[in-house]
Each structure stands twice: as C-alpha cells, then as structure tokens.
Write a protein that binds this ligand. Structure first.
Ligand SMILES: [Fe+2]
Ligand SMILES: [Fe+2]
Length: 497
C-alpha cells in the first residue's frame, strides 16, 4: 500500500514529451481546419486562399488565439488532474471531441442556420466519457474556440449581417452547453435523455427572442424552428458519437455500465441460470463495492460493474463452487486438494480471459483477474496438510495474482471476502460484522495485497466503514412475525385430523 505522499507518481521525460506532442498536434489540426474552411468559403479558389493567408497577421493571430485554448487546457489539467493529463490519450480524446464538434457547428452555421448548431455536444461527450468538472471546462473552451472560428471565417458577416451579436452567441453557446451538462448529469435512461434535450433548446430560444426584440431579426420562423431543433440535434449527435468515442478511446460511459449490469446481459443471464449462488453473491458484492467507491470518490458505476463480473470465471465449472452446490453432491470429494485448489483459483484467470475475449472494458477484466490477488486458499491448503503431515508448499495453494493494481480492484477484494465471510456467521450483529471485516482487511494488508495500488490508509478506513454499513444493511434484523391462527379465513381448506 502506498502512502499519501507517494500517491502522485513522478512524471518521466516520456510523459512530458507525450503531452507536449498532443497539445502541439492539436494546434496544427485546428489551423488545418481553419485553412480548409477558408478554402471552401473562397469558392475553392486556391490562389485567393494563398493571397489571403499571405497576410501574416491573419494566420499568426489565429494561431496565437487557437494556441491559447490548448494552453488553457494544459494549465487546467495541471492544476486539477495531473493523472488525467499524464495519459496523452485523454487529451487526444478531448481535442478530437472539440475539433469534431467545431466541424459540425461550422457546417450547420454555413449551410443551414446558426441557431441549429449543436453547441452542447462537446460538453455532453466530455461529461459521459470523463466527469462533470471536465465537461463544464471543455464547454467553456469550446465556446471560446467556436467564437475564434466564427470571427476568423467571417461567419458573423455572412449570417444575417448581425456582426454585433458575437458576444450574445458566445453566451448562448456556453449556456446551452452548461444547461445540457446539468440536466443530463446522472441520467442513465435514454428516454430521459431525449425528454431533457428540450431544455437544451431553451437558451437558443431565449437568444432568438432577444434578437427579434433588440435587432428586429427578419427570419423569425426559421430561427425559432432551428433553435427548437438544436437541443434534440445535440442529443442525436451525442448519441451517435458516444459509442464511437467509447470504442476508439476504450472509455466506458454510464450507458455502457447500465447495459452490462442489466439482468438480460449475456453473461449475467448465464450466471442467473447456471450459477445462481454466484450471481446472488455478485449482486451483494456490487452494492457493497458501489458504496465503497462512493465513500472514497472513485467511479461507483465501474465498481458496481466489476463486482457483477468478478466471479464470471466460475461459469466454466459452476458446480465446483460452494454457493452453487445447494442440495448437490460436492464434486471436490474424491479429488486431491491440489486439483481442487487449481480448479478454484483458475476462476480469476478464466473470468479475465472470458471478458477479454468478449471485448469487455479492460478495467473490468483486470479487476476480475486481481480480485483474489495472491491470497492462499486456506481450505484446501489445510486439507492437504492433513494428508501429508504438514509438508505442503503454500505457493501451490495461492491465487496467481496479480495483486490489486487499482483502488477499484482493492475495493472488490475487500467487499468480496467480507461478503463471503459474513454470510456464514450465526451472529450478524454490527459488532461481529465489524470484527470480521477489520480482520479481513488487516490480514490482506499483512499479506501485502494492497502494495501495488495507490490506496491510502485513510481510504482503507473509509472502505471498512462502508463495507460494515452495507453488510449490516443486508443482515438487518426483522420483526419476528407472530403466529396467528386464521380460523374461518380459508373456508375451502380441508382440515386434517
Ligand atoms: Fe472470486
Ligand atoms: Fe466472489
């Protein structure tokens, strides 16, 4: 387990080079987009484009202004989330979102109507692929970049001749994106997304109304229709682009988590049918893991999904696991402890292989492989010792690892063992559950199971409390139902002598 002071790993030269390259590349791509649209706006006249770009101040000013957006992003992530910044693929994803949304908005503005532009898409994609804080920031940056393009491409001159409304448009972009982020945050149902999309149209409608009043705008009907459609259009673009970004950048949105934890999902259905004991265990572990992740500020949906699939490897031989043996003969009878141990410990690797083969997100497969770390399988180790008068190598009876590499995997390890250990307790009082959970965590710390993940003692304490609260909720005491004689109620029942 790493101490808090070691929590942020040092940046290597490779990390710095990667980030600088991504930010420089973004400025080049944005300049290329600008030159491309200048070329189209000049009737594809290459000579006219060269003549225009030959004025050094034009291209230089654009270059400086667009570079500023990259600089703002760099400073923002340096101050708020260095770990996010260190992975160049994260910045690449955000830049691609901004650039793609820029192109969509330029096309809408040039060829249809300004008010139709789906300004909320950049913020929404960032929200569902990262978090609210990043989404609000990217929305602001997108608004800024959009106004730079809007001005440099001369769209303010062409669009209704309302050049003095640029500031108004900027405010409209920012407000539309912010409203979209706030109303969509925490929405996991696609129906709700569609209904709430109408809220995204509101800022555009307000600006249209203001323009009619203050500037006596002439194209009333097209502007109102475009403003009304802009919200749903943002949602349509977002719905189409989200799976594309999920696929390219291997990110998982809440919609994907909801799909994966649906009881009709392929492997969940298989667990319900073929390994019902394992499935019920996974559901309880999922609730515990979700509470733990919330307690330490980790992704609770990811924790929940990992928990649902952590024992999916048991599907290979469900009958060899205690929770699925109700009323059946134990197939371990007659097997050597070594063979039994091999079967039991292979479920972590089997689960990982199954999830990778079926293109599950890597974080979920990794958590599955790591949920037992390198812990010993005590039951069969003990059995083997009895057979051989104590001459047994413990390594043969240990899971092969790796140890938890992330906080989510550590949470899963604690939640999994705590649920399994307390399930068999006769006394499920808070005191007893608390004692068992603390012993489990202490033992795993002594065995160095949290040495390879960046979890702190403070977080471990929060996780312990969350596990105890969740488990005492599961095993809460119920009022004992009194035995009542219902004489006369069941008139048709034949009484036995
Ligand atoms: Fe397991
Ligand atoms: Fe488990």
């Amino acid at each position: 387990m790493k101490e808090a002071s070691q929590k942020v790993a040092k940046w290597s030269r490779k990390d710095v080079t990667g980030v600088v390259l991504v930010y420089v590349l973004n400025v080049i791509v944005m300049t290329a987009i600008y030159i491309l649209f200048e070329y189209f706006s000049r009737g594809k006249n290459f000579d006219a484009l060269i003549k225009y770009l030959a004025q050094p101040q034009t291209l230089l000013t654009f270059f400086v202004l667009s570079s500023l957006s990259s600089l703002f992003m760099l400073v923002f992530f340096l101050m708020t989330d260095k770990d996010f910044l260190r992975e160049p693929i994260n910045s690449e994803m955000l830049f691609l979102i901004i650039e793609l949304c820029l192109v969509i908005c330029i096309l809408c503005c040039e060829y249809v109507n300004y008010y139709l532009c789906p300004f909320a898409v950049a913020g929404l994609l960032t929200l569902f692929l990262t978090n609210t804080k990043n989404a609000l920031f990217i929305n602001m940056i997108f608004g800024y970049i959009w106004i730079v393009f809007f001005t440099f491409l001369g769209m303010n001159d062409r669009f209704n001749g309302l050049a003095d409304q640029t500031v108004l448009y900027y405010i409209m972009n920012i407000v539309a994106g912010t409203v979209a982020i706030l109303v969509m945050d925490g929405v996991y149902s696609r129906v709700k997304v569609v209904i709430r999309s109408l809220f995204v149209s509101l800022p555009c409608l307000v600006v249209v109304a203001f323009s009619l009043f203050a500037y006596a705008e002439s194209d009333v009907v097209p502007s109102v229709v475009a403003a009304l459609v802009s919200g749903p259009l943002s949602i349509i673009c977002f719905t189409i682009l989200l799976p594309v970004f999920e696929g390219i950048f291997k990110k998982v949105s809440c919609f994907k988590y909801a799909e994966l934890t649906d009881h009709k999902a392929k492997f969940i259905k298989k667990m319900i049918e073929q390994a019902p004991g394992t499935f019920n265990h996974a559901v309880i572990v999922a609730n515990i893991a979700e509470n733990c992740a919330t307690a330490i500020g980790e992704d609770s949906m990811l924790a929940r999904t990992c928990a649902y699939y952590h024992d999916v490897g048991k599907l290979r031989r469900p009958e060899f696991f205690k929770e699925n043996q109700a009323g059946l003969e134990d197939p371990h009878e007659g097997l050597t402890p070594e063979l039994s141990s091999n079967i039991i410990r292979s479920h972590a690797q089997d689960g990982y292989d199954l999830l990778i083969k079926n293109r599950f997100p890597k974080q979920i497969a990794d958590a599955c492989a790591q949920h037992h770390g390198t812990l010993p399988i005590y039951f069969f180790y003990d059995k083997a010792k009895k057979f051989t008068d104590g001459e047994v190598s413990i390594e043969q009876f240990c899971y092969t690892g790796p140890k938890p590499q992330s906080k989510i995997a550590a949470i899963l390890m604690i939640a999994d063992s705590s649920e399994a250990a307390t399930r068999t307790l006769a006394d499920r009082s808070r005191e007893k559950v608390s004692e068992v959970v603390r012993n489990i965590v202490n033992e795993r710390m002594k065995l160095g199971q949290f040495d390879e993940c960046e979890i702190t003692l403070k977080e471990i304490t929060l996780i312990i409390n969350a596990v105890i609260n969740s488990l005492t909720g599961v095993y809460h005491r119920r009022v004992e139902y009194p035995k009542v004689t219902l004489d006369g109620l069941y008139k048709d029942v034949v009484k036995e002598d």
